[in-house]
Design a binder for this molecule. Structure first.
Ligand code: NAD
Length: 493
């Protein structure tokens, strides 16, 4: 699979064979793009922006996005199969969640009426004048994505940026570029003009760096680790690029004593073990009221025992693989570290010989007696590991929840909706799910407080990130105010 530059597939770069983390089978041979391809992509995006795309209407852009959604829908099974083969996530999840959600999100951007290019204002100080405030595009957007939800990530970067009138160079992760490169074929077929959307897979140091340091790129939309986010912001500062950063998390899931425990047990497992915990907003810290802790853990264990292990490429399998060997090592080290610091492994699912020998797997694990000071409670594990901490008072739960340097998401389980709204409003996180987890809406902005990021993705707020404001001040005739104002420096003879 080549890279998509100026409407063509190019093969300048290093041919690399990708192997599935699910079972070691060969997935695809991709070209990891060169610096040259990245520069050509920026050339194309810059030229397409000024020559054509900036002049198109929102309606024209939405028509093309609608075509794209329909083309992807036709091949949704193929996308799901390749997404799972490349990432190791279960085909069940790709088929029932990631791909259909991505398609519905393209459809959202192809039809939302919330985004308006401009609005009229009056100027209270100057009654004879009017104003138009425009949401003008930024120009060329550089988008850099992580490896965990590659198809959704490509959609979340491309669709709002394009709708707002920008052109884009997307760099998917070099580990998981397959579905983004598949999307390039559908982008071409949908009829987007050459150069409007460019996709160059490659490493951060080669392609990512080139995008971040090129003066013609006016904004970087980055999703990935907090550590890389800091580097991106540093590079962007050099030539004053706008940045949005969607970074890591260590999200709490708080269970109050009045919660529906059976519902909470399933929701907490879904919150941490979906995608084997490799989701930025995974609910990785369970904070549970001590009066219901034992009952909740028992119920969770029952469901966890029932989760089907196997080859993630089988529709029955419910446990995803770990996408990269480095990530598997990181999870293993952090869990060992947690045990050494006094956490207790109260549950670890035995995967035995149920998973393919050549796959990368970490067993779903629950660590109890975790204190705030432990590394497992502070650092993002990005794996199927849930830490458990008990509390006695709600204030204590909120304090522990907010003690993290991260602030991406949170869950809260209670039957009392009034209390839920009050407590939810005290949590320092971009998303608070009440009696739910992980459900993302294209209409709802998502992003992080604190070290989890800057800016928002999705929803109207997410579209507006890709714009800059232009104000047209309209004055048809010389007014009384003009005479006063100009009179400050020009006296009538
Ligand atoms: P990462 O930070 O290692 O890499 C992210 C992207 O940045 C990749 O495309 C990588 O090639 C690129 N990159 C790396 N170094 C670069 C450099 N010097 N210059 C330019 N680009 C560079 O993250 P990852 O391991 O791919 O993904 C996991 C992380 O992503 C986790 O921390 C997770 O929480 C986070 N994440 C956040 C969200 C969110 O919406 N907040 C969503 C998914 C993942």
């Amino acid at each position: 699979m080549g890279n998509y530059v100026n409407g063509d597939f190019v093969e300048d770069g290093k041919k690399t064979k990708l192997v599935s983390p699910a079972d070691g089978s060969e997935v695809a041979t991709v070209v990891l793009g060169s610096k040259k391809s990245a520069i050509e992509a920026i050339d194309a995006a810059d030229s397409a922006f000024h020559k054509t795309w900036v002049k198109t209407s929102i309606g024209e852009r939405q028509k093309l996005l609608a075509k794209l959604a329909a083309l992807v829908q036709d091949k949704s099974y193929e996308y799901a199969r390749m997404e799972s083969a490349n990432t190791g996530k279960t085909i069940r999840q790709s088929t029932l969640m990631d791909i259909p959600l991505g398609i519905s999100h393209i459809e959202y951007f192809s039809s939302t009426q919330e985004f308006k290019f401009s609005r009229e204002i009056s100027h209270p100080e100057y009654p004879d004048t009017t104003g138009i405030v425009q949401n003008a595009p930024m120009g060329v957007v550089g988008a850099i994505a992580p490896w965990n939800v590659p198809f959704l990530m490509a959609v979340w970067k491309i669709a709002p940026a394009i709708l707002a009138g920008n052109t884009i160079v997307l760099k998917p992760s070099h580990h998981t570029p397959v579905t983004a490169l598949m999307l390039a074929r559908d982008i071409k077929e949908a009829g987007f003009p050459p150069g409007v959307i460019n996709i160059v897979a490659g490493t951060g140091t080669e392609v990512g760096n080139t995008i971040c340091t090129d003066d013609r790129v006016s904004m970087i939309s980055f999703t990935g680790s907090t550590q890389t986010g800091k580097k991106i912001m540093g590079m962007a500062a050099e030539n004053l690029k706008k940045v949005t950063l969607e970074l890591g998390g260590k999200s709490p899931n708080i269970v109050l004593p009045d919660a529906d425990l059976e519902h909470a047990a399933k929701g907490i497992l879904f919150g941490i073990f979906l995608n084997s915990g490799q989701l930025c907003e995974s609910g990785s810290r369970l904070l549970v009221h001590r009066s219901v802790k034992d009952r909740l853990l028992k119920s969770m264990e029952k469901h966890l025992q029932g989760m089907k292990a196997g080859n993630p490429l089988d529709m029955e399998t419910e446990i995803s693989a770990i996408t990269t060997p480095d990530q598997l090592r990181k999870i293993t080290d952090l869990v060992d570290d947690g045990s050494a610091q006094g956490a207790t492994v109260v549950f670890q699912r035995n995967l035995g010989h149920q998973v393919p020998d050549n796959g990368l797997f970490f067993p779903p694990t629950i660590l109890d007696n975790v204190t705030e000071a432990m590394t497992v409670a502070r650092e993002e594990i990005f794996g199927p590991v849930l830490t458990v901490t008990e509390f006695t008072h709600t204030d204590e739960a909120v304090r522990i929840a907010n003690s993290s340097k991260y602030g991406l998401a949170s869950g809260l389980w209670t039957r009392d909706m009034k209390a839920a709204k009050e407590i939810g409003s005290q949590i320092e996180a971009g998303t608070v799910w009440i009696n739910d987890y992980h459900l993302l809406s294209a209409a709802a902005p998502r992003g992080g407080f604190k070290k989890s990021g800057i800016g928002r993705e999705l929803g109207l707020e997410g579209i507006l990130e890709y714009t800059q404001t232009r104000h047209l001040f309209l004055n048809e005739h010389e007014s009384d105010f003009d005479r006063v104002a100009y009179g400050l420096i020009i006296s009538d003879e």
